[in-house]
Design a protein around this ligand. Structure first.
Ligand SMILES: Nc1ncnc2c1ncn2[C@@H]1O[C@H](COP(=O)(O)OP(=O)(O)O)[C@@H](O)[C@H]1O
Ligand code: SF4
Ligand SMILES: [Mg+2]
Length: 336
């Protein structure tokens, strides 16, 4: 499958006073054409910073972002404009990203006119109506002349999606796009976004702190679990959920409430050594998860940073213990 977006050793640090915070610390990630990749992790682990760099809103302090094989910061101004049009963003809070003084019709018409997609005002209004149908806000005439505050949270988020679609993007970066919505509304929005993969061949980088949302949205895609600025596990969703390998992924999973109580009973409970998430200003040496990890090996885990290692089943894990177990299992396989 062709890579659409590739992040290579991506880094971003921020200076805060005299200290430097490494918000993103060497992230490697590839999103193939038509694929959905979810980035999951606790608040503050660098998800938004990663997403912003992927869509060219923030310049990395190290590494590269490649879109269709080209380093985005080496693009010509014309190429960069095209890329910025092809990658669109859906934010967490549609209320703050929609202009409260404009009607829904005007909000959608603006990019259509600006990018010369619509020929005139009437064409823009017709196209806006069509976009509202695409995001299931029907009949469109009930919405075109309304203001954002007259809509529900779920409807506003659908308008944000419609606005992202005005410029025919190939790639959507959604950052906590359903986090502020009620569960039932959340599901219908996720289903709609999923439908766009079939209907438009849309590719997604989907960011969420909620592993249950990632599981639902990316069941046929992949999940990347982030911890303190690094990816600690990445793999196909059913595998990552069904057989999590990294101790942190296991801990995250054991915190998800299950609809089926039997699943909860069978799920491995992970007792962390500490509940505190270390500060980014003072990231623990070696594996940054070591102060919390139940499998911690002194002298190894607190010294050496574990690299992402391919452990088969299209899964990569950054953990000394898991990598050693995998190597042992491979070594004990009878050849032939
Ligand atoms: N513009 C900024 N200036 C300083 N620090 C920032 C900035 N943006 C993010 N950070 C810091 O980077 C870390 C990661 O933030 P963020 O990417 O927003 O995490 P997440 O989206 O996973 O919650 C946090 O500690 C945050 O405070
Ligand atoms: S490298 Fe060590 S501390 Fe880190 S997750 Fe693996 S076992 Fe735990
Ligand atoms: Mg965030």
């Amino acid at each position: 499958m062709a890579a659409m977006m590739e992040l290579f050793n991506l880094e971003r640090s921020f200076k805060i006073g005299r200290s430097t915070v490494r918000a993103v610390d060497g992230v490697n990630l590839r999103v193939n054409e038509g694929e959905v990749v979810c980035v999951v992790g606790e608040s503050g682990c660098g998800k938004t910073t990663t997403g912003k760099m992927a869509v060219g809103l923030l310049r990395p302090t190290g590494g590269e972002v490649r879109y269709r094989g080209k380093d985005i910061w080496q693009m010509t101004p014309a190429e960069f404009r095209k890329y910025r049009q092809a990658v669109q963003i859906i934010h967490q809070d549609p209320y703050s990203s929609l202009n409260p003084t404009q009607t829904i019709g005007d909000i959608l018409a603006a990019p259509l006119m600006r990018h010369s997609i619509a020929r005139n005002r009437l064409d823009a209004r017709n196209r806006a109506a069509e976009l509202l149908r695409t995001v299931d806000l029907t009949p469109p005439n009930d919405f075109l002349d309304k203001y954002p505050h007259q809509l529900s949270g779920g409807q506003r988020q659908r308008v944000s999606v419609a606005r992202a679609l005005t410029v025919h993007p190939s790639f959507i970066m959604a950052d906590e796009a359903v986090s502020m919505l009620d569960v039932s509304i959340r599901v219908s929005l996720l289903k709609m976004l999923g439908r766009f993969r079939k209907e438009m061949g849309m590719t997604y980088l989907f960011i969420t702190h909620d592993l249950a949302v990632a599981r639902f949205f990316a069941w046929d895609g992949r999940i990347a679990v982030m911890y303190l600025g690094r990816v600690v596990e990445i793999g196909p969703t059913p595998r990552l959920i069904g057989e999590p390998q990294h101790p942190y992924t296991k801990a995250l999973l054991s915190a998800i409430p299950e609809a089926d109580p039997r699943a909860t009973r069978n799920k491995e409970r992970v007792a962390l050594r500490s509940m505190d998430v270390p500060s980014l200003k003072n990231v623990p040496p070696g594996c940054s998860f070591h102060p919390r990890c139940p499998l911690f090996v002194p002298g190894l885990c607190d010294v050496e940073v574990p690299k992402l290692t391919d452990i088969g089943h299209a899964t990569e894990v950054a953990c000394h213990v898991v990598a050693a177990e995998h190597a042992r299992a491979e070594g004990s396989k009878v050849p032939g």
